[in-house]
Design a protein around this ligand. Sequence first.
Ligand code: 5GP
Ligand code: ZN
Length: 113
Amino acid sequence: MEDCIFCKIINKQIPSEIIYEDDEIIAFKDIQPVAPVHVLVVPKKHISSVMDLKEEDKALIGKIYSVIQKLAVELGVEKEGFRVVTNCGENAGQTVKHIHFHILGGKKLALTM
Ligand code: 5GP
Ligand code: ZN
């Protein structure tokens, strides 16, 4: 989708530190990390938010969690633990309107609200 920063990363129009890629999913390091490990796992299909997921996206979301599991091991956070975050909408502070899953870890994470 035009003017979507993550679509541009997916199409390699904007550089990023890609750590995983297949035909449906990409994962890259967050440009402004808030934890020692901060990776974004993103479906290549442009879906704006959780509220735009459709029945047909079920398998894709399942695959995203398989990728998250694999990356957690590669990033070395699988034993100490990590957080998976998807912000949806304004109150959650979603800034990029292309659904994504933050993997956060590498330190004890506070639960701030
Ligand atoms: P949100 O606030 O929508 O849940 O998360 C968007 C995330 O995307 C933020 O953590 C932000 O730092 C990251 N981000 C925004 N633009 C870019 C970019 O151009 N490259 C990378 N690697 N991350 C980005
Ligand atoms: Zn997009």
